[in-house]
Design a protein around this ligand. Structure first.
Ligand code: PLP
Length: 341
């Protein structure tokens, strides 16, 4: 396929990442993360977030989310999240299965929850018949491409801490958030009181690999065992670590995420002049959500790959990647104009 707006997972591997794998591809190293590449990558995370940070590498975003949640809960806890959260909609019930917790989906606006909505569900503490609320999980950026502000994150973290709970961020696109907010990731995560972060790589140019990052020592205590039990321990971990070293030590993560964000802004700017297209969500990172008549999206799909996000309303999602090119968007807009004229 020449190009796809279906997902940033449809993109290739960034050449710098492939090179990092090739460079690590010599000689022998001890397996299961006991190699110098893993030690170096862990150190980079400590440099980014502070000395109390623990980073662990896993295969995928679902694994990172589930394991963050597992480390923060007991089976009798509940996990609050926006109804649109990936953990609620797109993980096939794995968070419930692996944590044993009840997931409580909350109403949201453009993928975001606010403190009022969360506060209403922080109840039943000490009541033996009620799941005990423990974690709020939000995504930054959200599944709808929107962003929480630093203040909003801080408020949600404070709220969870006030009841002895935790705030988890699903950051499968966390570098896109940082690029859009023009802030170091630390400023809107650990500095705001976030306790655990699923740190994404694959959607932003890595071949494979995500990181589970804890900002409290106690959450990391038994993590090695939890990861092994969940089959998320990679024997040749040096190849995940080598990717993260290149990704994070030279600002490559921000460079790649900036490109995909810029492409989404360019797409957005071009769509504004097409009356049949209604932009459905604020375009803040690398996704554009739009409402278009079904007959138009059906025709457009004959030439371009993208998903209908909401079958009921017909809302579609166009996702840009680090290797989306301006010409891909120009061609897409030309075809869309042709269909709608
Ligand atoms: C917000 C979000 N979180 C987590 C994931 C899970 O990632 P994976 O498919 O690598 O398990 C995705 C994947 O699309 C996602 O969009």
């Amino acid at each position: 396929m020449k190009h796809s707006f279906g997902s940033d997972n449809h993109s290739a591997i960034a050449p710098e990442i492939l090179e990092a794998i090739a460079t690590a591809n010599q000689g022998f190293e001890v397996a299961y993360g006991e190699d110098p590449y893993t030690a170096k990558a862990e150190e980079i995370f400590r440099d980014m977030f502070g000395p109390d940070t623990s980073a662990f590498f896993v295969f995928n975003g679902t694994g990172a989310n589930i394991l963050c949640l597992k480390a923060m809960t007991n089976t009798f806890n509940s996990i609050l999240c926006p109804e649109t959260a990936h953990i609620n909609v797109d993980e096939c019930g794995a968070p419930e299965k692996l944590t044993g917790c009840k997931l409580i989906p909350l109403s949201q606006i453009n993928g975001k929850v606010n403190a009022t909505v969360v506060r209403k569900e922080l109840k039943g503490f000490g009541f033996q018949h009620h799941s005990q609320p423990k974690v709020l999980s939000i995504s930054q950026p959200t599944e709808l491409g929107t962003l929480y502000t630093k203040n909003e994150i801080q408020e949600l973290a404070g709220l969870m801490h006030s009841v002895g709970g935790y705030l988890h961020i699903d950051g499968s696109r966390i570098s896109n958030a940082a690029a859009a907010m023009k802030l170091p990731i630390r400023e809107f995560t650990s500095d705001c009181g976030v306790d655990a972060l699923s740190f994404g790589g694959t959607k932003n140019g890595l071949m494979i690999g995500e990181a589970v990052v804890f900002f409290r020592k106690e959450l990391a205590e038994n993590f090695l065992y939890l990861r092994k039990q969940a089959s998320q321990l990679y024997s040749k971990n040096r190849f995940i670590a080598a990717q993260f070293i290149t990704f994070l030590s030279s600002g490559l993560n921000i460079k790649l995420a900036s490109r995909s964000n810029e492409m989404a802004q360019y797409l957005y700017s071009q769509l504004k002049s097409i009356p049949a297209v209604i932009i459905a969500r604020p375009v803040q990172t690398n996704a554009v959500f739009a409402l278009i008549p079904r007959e138009i999206s059906d025709k457009l799909r004959e030439k371009h790959y993208f998903y209908t996000w909401d079958e009921e309303s017909g809302e579609v999602r166009w996702m840009c990647s680090f290797n989306t090119k301006k010409e891909d968007i120009d061609l897409f807009i030309r075809d869309l104009k042709e269909i709608t004229k």
